[in-house]
Design a binder for this molecule. Structure first.
Ligand SMILES: [Fe+2]
Length: 387
């Protein structure tokens, strides 16, 4: 991404094999890397769904041996991924496969890096002096298979990893070589997981679309992601087995990921990251809160893009789009701030730390000072609680 530059730089990370049932092609993808020993990374939810067993069977039938780590925790830390990396080393694995949501995909990205470049994650954190300039370290071949429509991590060039000691979120350059986007794998996600992940997609798409670093490609895919979430999130929340709506959400998530990988995010996720950490809220829920305010902010400062957002929601104005988004958030059970015990003052108190912790804060179409951000936070809280 080229945040803060007068140029826009856009890229696509790797091939995406898309379609219901596409995971059947996994053994062929592994063999394309000349590998016969795979390391599969997943979590307890994927294990319980039977998906890991099915995928292990697919690989073994094709003569590929499988070692695995089956217990990835949410918000992975450097210490946690180093331990998984050592297990992959010990197994002599040649290719890494991540099967799951954002935390699993980010863990698998780090395992692939550590397999080829053994050592400490701390050396690669983008906040470590020199790491940003050094670019990505060599990685083993990596195949990512999302099982939720949310993070878009499969097509981003970073893994989000927390410092084990401070719990601060950081990032490391590392990307997939191959993605399998199979909407059938997302049908078992329960309604609340589907809803939070889907709103995270909407937040990614809106912030990418309204970013100061917007570029022609990202604008196209971000617009389409907004349109797809607006039309399909209620459907997948009401009926998780609706494969057409699940397919549309899978594409939306993937497109939004492509967009914000290029453009970065801005004040919505700056607030969401800090809010989620401070009040222990799931990422998707915390990041969703700013959605109506991002739309209204765009209405004030960028009427052209605001009109396109309204069009993507199928309404006539940014204000109506903001109301639609609020309705959607209420419909899927995003609690009011007051129901979470969060006051305007408590939310505003996060502003300084939020700015310090999130490089993409300065990525809005008009620059924001701390007081502007505090005013936006007050708007986020009061409008969601009162609208
Ligand atoms: Fe997000």
């Amino acid at each position: 991404m080229a945040m803060g530059s007068k140029y826009s730089e856009y890229a696509l990370v790797c091939p995406v094999l898309y379609g219901a049932g596409a995971v059947e092609e996994l053994p062929n993808k592994v063999k394309m890397f000349g590998a016969s020993k795979a390391f599969l990374v997943y979590d307890a939810g994927v294990k319980a769904s039977g998906m890991a067993e099915r995928i292990t069977g697919l690989l073994e039938q094709a003569g590929i041996s499988v070692a695995a780590f089956d217990d990835v925790k949410a918000d992975p830390t450097d210490a946690a991924v180093e331990a998984i990396g050592e297990a992959a080393q010990a197994a002599g694995s040649e290719v890494v496969i991540g099967l799951g949501g954002g935390s699993v995909l980010d863990s698998a990205k780090m395992v692939a890096l550590l397999l080829k470049t053994p050592g400490r994650v701390a050396d690669h954190f983008l906040t470590t002096p020199g790491a940003l300039e050094a670019g990505p370290a060599p990685s083993a071949p990596l195949i990512l298979i999302p099982t939720t429509s949310g993070s878009g991590s499969e097509v981003s060039i970073v893994a989000v990893i927390s410092h084990a000691v401070t719990h601060a979120k950081d990032a490391v350059f590392t990307a997939a070589n191959s993605v399998i986007l199979d909407p059938e794998l997302t049908v078992t996600a329960p309604p609340h997981v589907t809803a939070f992940a889907g709103l995270d997609v909407l937040a990614h798409a809106l912030e990418a679309y309204t970013s100061a670093s917007a570029d022609p490609l990202s604008s196209l895919v971000a617009y389409e992601a907004i349109r797809l979430v607006a039309a399909n999130l209620k459907r997948v929340y009401d009926d998780g087995s609706d494969i057409e709506a699940r397919s549309n959400m899978a594409i939306a998530s993937n497109f939004a990921g492509m967009a914000f990988n290029n453009t970065g995010l801005h004040f919505g996720h700056t607030f969401g990251h800090e809010l989620g950490g401070a009040f222990n809220l799931p990422h998707g829920m915390a990041s969703a809160y700013a959605i109506p305010t991002v739309i209204r902010f765009t209405g004030k400062h960028d009427p052209e893009r605001a009109a396109k957002i309204a069009e993507a929601f199928g309404v006539a104005s940014a204000e109506e789009a903001a109301q639609k988004a609020t309705e959607l958030m209420r419909y899927v059970g995003i609690k009011k701030f007051s129901e979470n015990g969060i006051t305007v003052e408590a939310a505003q108190a996060l502003a300084e730390d939020a700015i310090a912790h999130n490089v993409f804060f300065h990525n809005t179409v008009v620059p924001l000072a701390v007081d502007d951000f505090k005013a936006l936070i007050a708007e986020i809280v009061t409008t969601y609680d009162e609208d």
